[in-house]
Design a protein. Structure first.
Length: 144
């Protein structure tokens, strides 16, 4: 009888630890939020010179949701090619607002990357840039 009484506290402790671990894993819910990203695309130089008459630019923007090593594209857009002189100035910038729903506030972040491709008579130049969005909103200015 004494042997059973000695093992009883250990069994109860193990049983309690198992229940606590299971309950802890199932009751913790992560808060999801909507993250807002706005883009403003405009020309940063004066492209009225004749040298730019046959130069165009294409813009490709990608938003990726990142959680640890897992990455998934959640938004992707390519703005059509247009001549450099056709892009608006800062005051009349092309704008785009994007809302990404259900982002785990503490465990995920968004990465915004863009590739700007210049084409001048068949010669291409690509420039890449990006930013990381940790807060609930961010604004990205893209200068052509």
């Amino acid at each position: 009888m004494k042997n059973y009484l000695l093992w009883l506290p250990l069994v109860w402790f193990g049983f309690g630890a198992a229940i606590y671990t299971t309950a802890k894993g199932t009751t913790a819910t992560e808060k999801t939020v909507n993250k807002n990203i706005s883009f403003a695309v405009y020309k940063g130089n004066n492209y009225t010179s004749e040298v730019y008459n046959s130069t165009s630019a294409t813009l490709h923007i990608t938003i990726t949701k990142v959680k640890g090593n897992n990455r998934s594209v959640v938004w992707d857009k390519t703005f059509d090619a247009r001549l450099l002189k056709q892009y608006p100035s800062l005051e009349n910038a092309l704008t785009q607002n994007v809302t990404i729903p259900n982002v785990l506030d503490k465990k995920e972040h968004l990465e915004v990357t863009y590739i700007l491709t210049y084409d001048s008579n068949g010669n291409e130049l690509q420039m890449q840039s990006g930013t990381v969005v940790y807060g609930n909103s961010d604004k990205l200015n893209i200068t052509i």
